[in-house]
Design a protein around this ligand. Structure first.
Ligand code: ARG
Length: 410
């Protein structure tokens, strides 16, 4: 199979296996985006007089054929082809001759992979934002339903003050809403079209970059051609920083739910359909989904570091090192999306046990409220504090539900 850079010799097999690695199979995810970008590029080449109308038609047909083959799972990328860009151009040349030979005019695989990855990223981040909004909705509904479901609030994991499941769910929702703003900011930075930057230095043809950018639905052209190349890995790491924040929120929520559902506490429980059992201990009902959210948060954060470390030592311009950022980026995108789905599903199925929540209230939880009562009677705060500190468990008994009703939790 001929490579795009074929110059009449064969690449050493050991080097080929090592350099291509699994990149050609990751590229299955980029085929549709490369076709869309190639089509916009072809339209632009036609506009500036490089492709005839017939050649443009041929390329439109060819790219359509590739997309429908891909949709049926029949578009193969061979390892020897290195990537989807080669497989697509090879198909176009085999089926449409010179039109196929002209498609690469004015571009390099370096800007080609950037644009395909950005189109992929825009789609996926759009889905992640939607999934995050869904979870915000579920958390808000849960918060509303459990506004008056009391649970002990903790600091240092010790009993602190009365809280509610509603307060907890609202906190998770607020955290996720911040993460959404962060991811939207990353998306705005990603939404700049790199096509036309070619290898890293543009080309001496009057490419209409604005036309390509508009056709592909980017917010604007990413103007500096060298920065286009340099920004690879950088924008992925921005998305991953936001994914990391989302995963931190999910991880905290997962941890809290695992804690709330401890048999000794039992404020909530997961329906058995969401839990797996033990191969040995018949009584076990394990929150594996939540545990894996916690672990996958570490993977996403680790992947962020991988990308940052890959790009950190590079000099300006394309370097093959960039290829290694594709896998951690794609993997983290998938993990973040799926983790949001799993958490939404879990919140919607969560069973709450009001009796257990109320039973968890020991008198000491009302100690600070007792101090406030004394303060309201005119006793100086420090004096009241010291008085209650003598015996916090003597705090006058309160109904936990009544107590949290008086708190300004919203
Ligand atoms: N698979 C390569 C990547 O992801 C495609 C670009 C190859 N470019 C090159 N100059 N060898 O970076």
């Amino acid at each position: 199979m001929t490579k795009l850079w074929n110059k009449g010799y064969n690449l050493d097999a050991v080097i080929e296996n090592y350099t291509v690695s699994d990149d050609y199979s990751l590229d299955q995810k980029l085929v549709q985006y490369d076709c869309v970008a190639s089509l916009a590029h072809a339209k632009m080449l036609h506009k500036i007089g490089i492709l005839t109308t017939q050649e443009l038609r041929d390329l439109e047909m060819g790219l359509q054929e590739i997309m429908s083959l891909w949709e049926q799972g029949k578009f193969k990328i061979e390892r020897s082809q290195e990537d989807c860009h080669t497989a697509i151009e090879t198909y176009l040349i085999e089926h449409y001759g010179d039109a196929g030979r002209k498609i690469h005019t004015g571009r390099s695989r370096n800007d080609q992979v950037l644009v395909a990855l950005k189109l992929f990223a825009k789609d996926e981040i759009g889905q992640i934002l939607e999934a995050a909004q869904e979870l915000v909705k579920s958390l808000n509904a849960f918060a509303k339903a459990h506004r008056e479901t009391p649970i002990p609030g903790r600091t240092h994991m010790q009993l602190a003050m009365p809280a509610s499941l509603g307060l907890w769910a609202g906190a998770m929702s607020a955290s996720l809403q911040d993460d959404v703003i962060f991811l939207q900011a990353a998306l705005k930075i990603i939404d700049q079209c790199p096509l036309g930057s070619a290898s890293s230095f543009g080309v001496s043809l009057p490419l209409d970059r604005q036309f390509v950018s508009d056709t592909l639905g980017f917010e604007k052209v990413q103007h500096n051609v060298l920065y286009c190349a340099n920004s690879r890995g950088k924008w992925e790491s921005m998305a991953l920083s936001a994914y990391t924040q989302i995963m931190l929120t999910l991880s905290k929520a997962a941890n809290d739910l695992i804690f709330f559902s401890l048999p000794e506490l039992g404020y909530v429980s997961l329906p058995k359909e969401l839990c797996s059992g033990s191969s040995l201990m018949p009584q076990k009902k394990n929150p594996d989904g939540l545990e894996l959210i916690r672990a996958k948060a570490a993977t996403v954060q680790g992947n962020l570091n991988i990308i940052l470390e890959i790009i950190r030592p590079l000099i300006s311009g394309y370097n093959r090192d960039f290829q290694e950022t594709k896998r951690p980026f794609m993997q983290s995108t998938q993990i973040t999306k799926e983790s949001l789905w799993v958490m939404t599903h879990t919140i919607e199925k969560l069973e709450v046990h009001l009796d257990k929540c109320v039973a968890a209230f020991k008198p000491e939880l009302f100690a600070t409220d007792w101090v406030m009562e004394l303060v309201a009677q005119g006793i100086p705060f420090r004096t009241a504090y010291q008085q209650v500190a003598q015996n916090p468990n003597d705090a006058p008994h309160q109904d936990p539900i009544q107590n949290i009703r008086t708190k300004n939790y919203d």
